[in-house]
Write a protein that binds this ligand. Sequence first.
Ligand code: RIB
Length: 312
Amino acid sequence: MDKRILIIGSLNMDIVIEMKRMPLIGETVLGKNLTYVPGGKGANQAYAAGKLRGKVTMLGCVGDDSLGQKLKENLAKSGTDVSYIKNIEGKPTGTAVIYVNDDGDNSIVVISGANEACDVEYLKQNETLFAENDYVMFQMEIPYETIFYGIRKASELGKTVILNPAPAPDSLPEDIWEKIDYLTPNETELLKLTGQQEMTMHNIRNGARWLIDKGVKNVLVTLGDKGVLFVNDTEEKLFPARKVTAVDTTAAGDCFNGAFITGLAEEMSFEEAIMFANLASSLAVTRKGAQSSIPGREELDELSNMKINAGL
Ligand code: RIB
């Protein structure tokens, strides 16, 4: 039987502005289009897990406003249990302003709003969920003390802990490293976490190994079109990405994380789960927006079968 997934994190309404190229400091450019799309790293990961048929529950906070209501409604459509998401009176729902250029690259500014109210007390009120779920995943758009409390609690109960360190902090408390079963930074986040400057494959490998030495059990560095580098105590392996033309990379990492945890919950091996997640995010980058870009299970299975039939 598939295991259960708990995702604890942020929900944002994304205000997406498409433009030919990003403005320089002090410059004005004309945008092409502005859309509102459901997002937030936590909600995107839950949405991906739900759409891929994971049994997923989300913990997070929205404002007592129409944006919050829309975010919950959209997330529920993926099959995610949204009944524990809290409405915070007097706080606006989190928002993110996202610039996307013609190459599909993005820059994001998050205004946390109600996500800031996702506190330790709220996790304590929902403590039974820790016992009821098998995999617990966090990102870093809610207060750090909540994340660290959640990681300690999940680990104490013997749950599998996944931390997507996005946005990346400078470091983590010393006792946290060894409680993480899977740490999933992208290359920029990995460099920040490991105090390195230059983006080279050598530094990325060294950084991943440094994290393993700190006590993290498995590190998966998402490298965009170069794929995913997997490192643990005994292995190091690069899983190449499927070649596609990217339209918008927003939430590609979230889609990867949501798909990866779903794969693990279905008891795929970690290699299979990485390939499943790679395939999911390769579809996400070919579409615009955050949750709007995430593929469903049938589509993914079809693509997977096509690859198998083609001997890839
Ligand atoms: O990872 C993409 C997400 O980051 C966006 O949906 C935005 O809300 C920010 O949280």
